[in-house]
Structure formats: C-alpha cells, structure tokens
Design a binder for this molecule. Sequence first.
Ligand SMILES: [Zn+2]
Length: 418
Amino acid sequence: MSDTFVPVTKNPPAKVKDPGIIALVMAGAGVYNAKNAELLLLPEGRSLLSQLRESFFASLLSGPGFQPSDCMDSETAVYSLAERYVRECGDRALLWSQSQNRLFRMHGWFSDFKAAGGSAAESMAALKNALSAQLKDVSFVTKIVPKKERTWMIAAETEKGAERAEAGYRCASCGEIFCADSRFESKEAPVNAGAAAEPVTDVHTPGTHTIQLLCEYLNIPIETTLKAMLYTVESPGGGKKLLFAMIRGDRDISVSKLSAWLEANDPGATFRRAETAEIVESFGEVAGFCGPVGVPDNVQMVADVSLKDGKNFVVGGNRPDYHRTGCCWGRDFEPPLADLALFHEGLPCPSCGGKLEETWLRNLGEIGVYQAGAAGETTLSCRDRDGLREWPYRLSAAISLESVLLSIFERRMQKTAV
Ligand SMILES: [Zn+2]
C-alpha cells in the first residue's frame, strides 16, 4: 500500500462548486476534469467506490435478499434471469442487484403492491445500514413521479451548485427532509373547520386579478382563497379538453404531481397551460375570474387535498370582476382529490406542523415501486402445476455510487472543518 498514489493538495480545484468534488480532490482520491465534467478516481477513490459497491451487494443480500449479479447493466438481461429461474426456484429468483459504471441497480418482481412496498422498506433499511459508518444522515425522501406508485429519493444534504443537487426542505422542528414533489400527507385541519357555513354570495371585486390584490380588497386571509389553474389536456387518441386544477391560495401546484395524477387517470395524455381562447371557448369571457362553482360539464376538475372539507372559500365568480364568497367543500364543489402541493419554504411540515426551511439535497438515487404494465414493461409470469402465476409489481432502483462517494467526502471535510 505504501506505493499508492495519493496526491494530497492544499489548493481546491479551480472552477468547481461541488463541496464533495473539492473534498475528494484535496484528499488525493481523484481528479476533476472540468472540461469534460469527468471525475477520475485515483487509487483511494476507486477503493472506496468498490467497498461501497460490495457493502451494498452484501447488505441487500442478507436483508431483503437481492442476489448480486452482473448483467452488463441491461434491464432485459436481468428480466431473463428472473424468467429463467422463477418456476424452479420460486421467490429467490425474483430479486437481483447489479452494478456497472458507478451505478448500482436493484430489480424486483412481486405478486402484489404490499410485498413490493415491504421490500422497498427493507431495502432502504439495508442501504442505510451499509452507509452507517460513512454517511449517517442519508434520507429517503418521498417523491411523486408519473407511472410510479411510490418513489423515494435517496438524498444527502449538500450546498447549492453541487452535482445532482435539487431544492429540498428541512423541518425546523422534527428535522424531516422533503423535496419539492414529496408526498404531502398531513393531519392539518380543513380551512375554517370550526366556522358555520355561509351562503354563497357574489361579490364585486374589480381589478383583483391576483390573489394578493383580492386579499387586500376583501381583507381576508390567503388560505381562504382558491388558486385556479387551467390546462389543456391532449389525450393520445387526439381528444382535447380543459383541466381545472385548484389548490389553496397560499400554495402552488406541482407540475410533476399533476402530471402523475393525469398519467394515472388518462395514460399517455399531455398537458400545457390553457390559452385564453381555449378558456373563453369553455367558460365564456371570464377574464381570469374562474371558480369551481358552476363549471361547464366538459371541463375536467381536480383539487388538492388541502381543500377537502374546507368552508367559506372565496373563489372566482366565472364572470369578469366578480368573486363568490362562502363556498364550501361538498355543498358547492367537490371535484376528485389529488396530492398536488409543491413544497416551498414556510409551508407547515406535514408530519409535525413545524416550519419548513430551505436546504439542498444531493440526489444519490431513487427507489420506485410500480405496476410493470403501467410503466410499459412486460409482466413476469410462468406456468406451473397450479396454472398461470404472475408478478405484476416491480421494484427498481438506481443509485449513483459516484454521488454517494462525493457526499462521503463532503462530510469528511465538514468534520475536519469543525
Ligand atoms: Zn416536522
């Protein structure tokens, strides 16, 4: 080992923002080729990467039972392994792991959603265990993405500008971490839960084109307003319709969550913001004062879960310069519900109600659970004495070992600095 090349340098690499790359290079574990954005690993870095890979293989085998394989990073090759052995070997042939090119992948086939979800939970525990000595603060953050029933992003906090960094939110009270499109499963009370239901009343609100202007004009709290977003949905069959998506006035709609909802309800459909002419065609001349009461039949509606059971909302009046007050969920409008809220700073933590603060998350990889058919994959099946057996649910995961390595070096540098 005395001959190992470890060129420790006191100068950080030029033009690099990622604290992980800076730490790795300064420790002599690799060099960064800024021109091609390539991280070249020297002996120390290569050795740690390979240790990570082997500890993932071992931990995922001993816990959830993923069999290590080398399938040349091919999804079809792993599928062929499962198909070849499942009749003879049963469940043991349904879980495989493989790793090439600094990526670690997991593949699983399951008879039902519960089994797939259970395996995902076991896998996350196994990965956390494998990383426990090197990266203690790894988080599994829920994320709503199209075609996947459940997805978790494997994340480590970092700084803005780091490789694979995306906006994240940390609860100042309980410490839980979320990303912009995390599941918003909260026990918060409905808006005006304790109030008596008022009658629906049309109110003249000239010029209140924004929620802020409306709140000032009527002197009302923002959470009692309703934000309406209109989209044009184009179905794969060529059909076109208007989609009215709504959320509390103090929240924003996540395009990714809306896309996941639409994919589940109208597979293959695409959507974009509706043009004025398209809105006029359905609603008539409403000039931005769209509301959920008295919506034309041909308009599809969806509401964020935060609106459920709320009372006395102030909504668009479906005619220029008018709003309606006293609109109640269930009595006046009740469209299908979906989790649509985009996370942002200041939002209450869904788990404890604490305040969310901004952070940055390095995306180390993702684990997803989904139905093979919905994702356009072949359902694994075989025929045996009992007839046809099927495993329609999938677990798949892709983890960037390079990103894990960068987060480990980032932590090491932070420890030295403290
Ligand atoms: Zn919290």
